[in-house]
Design a protein around this ligand. Structure first.
Ligand SMILES: Nc1nc2c(ncn2[C@@H]2O[C@H](COP(=O)(O)OP(=O)(O)OP(=O)(O)O)[C@@H](O)[C@H]2O)c(=O)[nH]1
Ligand SMILES: [Mg+2]
Length: 317
């Protein structure tokens, strides 16, 4: 496919239009998007993927913006994905994010994109995986994924990050909420944002005592950093903590292990796509109704039917 080849070349050269187009294909769940992500996969695996999660309004987008400027000053190329599983209802929030992130968007070493759930949530995590692959292959050194905390789909998305940063803010009672939602287990770096407000030290202390109780982190003790995302205070400490965690992952062979399981995931996805394709074809076949009847009457096991469908498709190829 000529289109696809051109697009791939554009992405390798970091062209924003090609990146945007590829991301749209992927987000829409199009076949070309899937092909593209598969072809780009072997060129990915270099970026440090950083998840940023936390309750609504704690300042994640502001932090992403300020951190991006900071990382740019250090010479990193930064890709940003704002993932919003509940998007049909919060189009306004996404627009807000976009506007807030304008500072970053003007720069060619930064690419920002919101991903929304078009239909089912499985589609969103798949689109996020594809988008990560694309940005990684396009040469972004740091990829930041922002998502609102705690639901199953968010946890799934945070599992795509090498380093997960949990953001809290004082006085929202979300120290307790975070603990309830099990968010402490997924964080390797903790940020108490809005440290210009009262109660930041209290939030730091409650995180610290919860972390002391948890045995989830045998080698890595997650740092807890106070920030004021609006004026950049604490951003140097945040970027240092992220860098230290990245080094930790490299030294312990965990980046390689992560890449291995991502590759396994790609294969698993292809196998499950194949299964879906087989069943779609089988349903169109003239003997489908007979198969349904036979299984219903116990004339044949469903497993045998699955094997027949598989053999049939191999013969047809
Ligand atoms: N006082 C104070 N306000 C802040 C700080 N950081 C962000 N805010 C404000 O907090 C509000 C929410 O910030 P966002 O960055 O949109 O928060 P968010 O976590 O991305 O919100 P959602 O995406 O809706 O979950 C905005 O009005 C920000 O201006 C801070 O350090 N101090
Ligand atoms: Mg936000």
């Amino acid at each position: 496919m000529k289109d696809l080849d051109e697009l791939r070349q554009g992405i390798f050269h970091g062209q924003k239009r090609a990146i945007a187009r590829g991301l749209t294909w992927i987000e829409q769940g199009r076949y070309e998007g899937k092909l593209l992500a598969q072809q780009l996969f072997s060129h990915a695996g270099h970026a440090h993927v950083i998840g940023i999660t936390g309750a609504p309004g704690v300042g994640k987008s502001t932090l992403v913006n300020t951190l991006t400027l900071h990382l740019r000053n250090q010479g990193f190329k930064v890709g940003i994905l704002a993932v919003d599983p509940s998007s049909p209802f919060t189009g306004g929030a996404i627009l807000g994010d976009r506007i807030r992130m304008q500072d970053s968007v003007m720069d060619t070493g930064v690419f920002m994109r919101s991903l929304a759930s078009r239909g089912h949530l499985g589609g969103l995590s798949r689109a996020t995986f594809g988008a990560l692959t694309l940005l990684d292959a396009a040469g972004f050194d740091k990829i930041l994924i922002e998502t609102v905390g705690a639901g199953q789909s968010e946890v799934e998305i945070m599992e795509m990050a090498h380093t997960t940063m949990v953001v809290l803010a004082p006085g929202m009672g979300d120290d307790i909420q975070a603990i309830k939602a099990g968010i402490l287990e997924i964080g390797q770096v903790f940020v108490v944002n809005k440290a210009d407000r009262d109660g930041a030290d209290h939030t730091v202390r409650s995180i610290r005592s919860m972390l002391a109780l948890s045995s989830e982190h045998p080698d890595w003790m997650p740092p807890i950093i106070k920030t004021v995302a609006e004026d950049g205070r604490g951003m140097e400490e945040v970027s240092q903590a992220l860098e230290r965690h990245h080094q930790y992952l490299i030294e312990h062979g965990l980046m390689d292990r992560y890449r291995w399981s991502q590759t396994e995931h790609v294969i698993e996805q292809a196998v499950s796509d194949l299964g879906e394709r087989l069943i779609r074809q089988a349903r169109l076949n003239s003997d489908w109704a007979k198969r349904v009847i036979d299984v219903g009457e116990g004339k044949i096991d469903a497993d045998r039917v699955a094997e027949q469908i598989w053999h049939q498709s191999v013969q047809e190829e």
